[in-house]
Design a protein around this ligand. Structure first.
Ligand code: G3H
Ligand code: 13P
Ligand code: ZN
Ligand code: NA
Length: 283
């Protein structure tokens, strides 16, 4: 059955590796995530955004992932990615999600803490783990000025206060990553990450990790990141493989001939990520 992230991330923290959290939107991607984790003997987090839930339907997401978890020989968590309301969290918990993210990063600090605590109260009472976010993960601008960094990126003393007042299982931080494709090469603020880790014992989450150079990912993990989120690289691999079939065989009408290779390509990219994150063999 689906497991919360709590134990997976604690073990990752102790073992100095990270667990991959991969976004799913359809059956083929769910199958690919679990197949990759099994091939690597790695724990894995399947996550669904509000957009994914809207697209696939929450029953499909929860039923597909529960089936995948039952058949799998590795631990599988099902996590809500960037939930923005209490109602969304409750809907996920009712539908069997084993973990939720409440993203109150747009709110003032006190309101973010209050909303997160409201989620923790219901989630923890039934063994569901909770991730929160502090700081603005976003803008794909190449160069962020020092003053912009201080307003956008996670403030270490705010982070210390946040985890003292809201006992989350994981904390997403902003240190220079962005969702989607980057225009240039992202530069992560490792000094800030070090400072946060000094003050915060909670497992740290890196969002926007597609497009971040492998060495930077490894460094972030060595400095305390225990969960690494990947969506865009899955989309790229999936669509490139499907597109190749369509271009090479424009008369093909069997969806399986496109989605099958797309699923295989997705397995391959996820296996590569799991190897970088260091969670192979940790199941
Ligand atoms: O955080 C963003 C994830 O990549 C999900 O994206 O909202 O388009 O599903 P989405
Ligand atoms: P990327 O799409 O940049 O991999 O970010 C994924 C993410 O952070 C999901 O929450
Ligand atoms: Zn994210
Ligand atoms: Na990214």
């Amino acid at each position: 059955s689906l497991v919360p992230m709590t134990e997976l991330l604690k073990k990752a923290q102790q073992g100095h590796y990270a667990v991959g959290a991969f976004n799913c939107n359809n059956m083929e991607i769910v199958q690919a995530i679990v197949a990759a984790a099994e091939a690597e003997k790695s724990p894995v987090i399947i996550q669904a955004s509000q957009g994914a839930i809207k697209y696939a339907g929450i029953e499909y997401i929860s039923t597909l992932t529960q089936l995948a978890a039952e058949k799998a020989s590795v631990p599988v968590a099902l996590h809500l990615d960037h939930g923005t309301s209490f109602a969304q969290v409750v809907q996920c918990v009712r539908n069997g999600f084993s973990s939720v993210m409440i993203d109150g990063s747009k709110l003032p600090l006190e309101e973010n803490i209050a909303l997160t605590n409201k989620v923790i109260e219901v989630a923890h009472s039934i063994g569901v783990s909770v991730e929160a976010e502090l700081g603005k993960i976003g803008g794909t601008e190449d160069d962020i000025s020092v003053s912009e960094r201080d307003t956008l990126f996670t403030d270490p003393s705010d982070a210390e206060r946040f985890v003292r007042e809201a006992k989350v299982d994981a904390l997403a931080i902003a240190i220079g990553t962005a969702h989607g494709q980057y225009k240039g090469v992202p530069k992560l603020d490792f000094e800030r990450l070090k400072e946060i880790r000094k003050r915060v014992d909670t497992p740290i989450v890196l969002h926007g990790s597609s497009g971040v150079p492998e060495e930077a990912i490894r460094e972030a993990i060595s400095l305390g990141v225990c969960k690494v989120n990947i969506d865009t690289n899955i989309r790229e691999a999936f669509v490139a493989a499907a597109r190749q079939v369509m271009e090479q065989n424009p008369n093909e009408i069997d969806p399986r001939k496109m989605l099958g290779p797309a699923r295989e390509a997705t397995i391959a990219i996820i296996r590569g990520k799991i190897q970088i994150f260091g969670s192979s063999g940790k199941a």
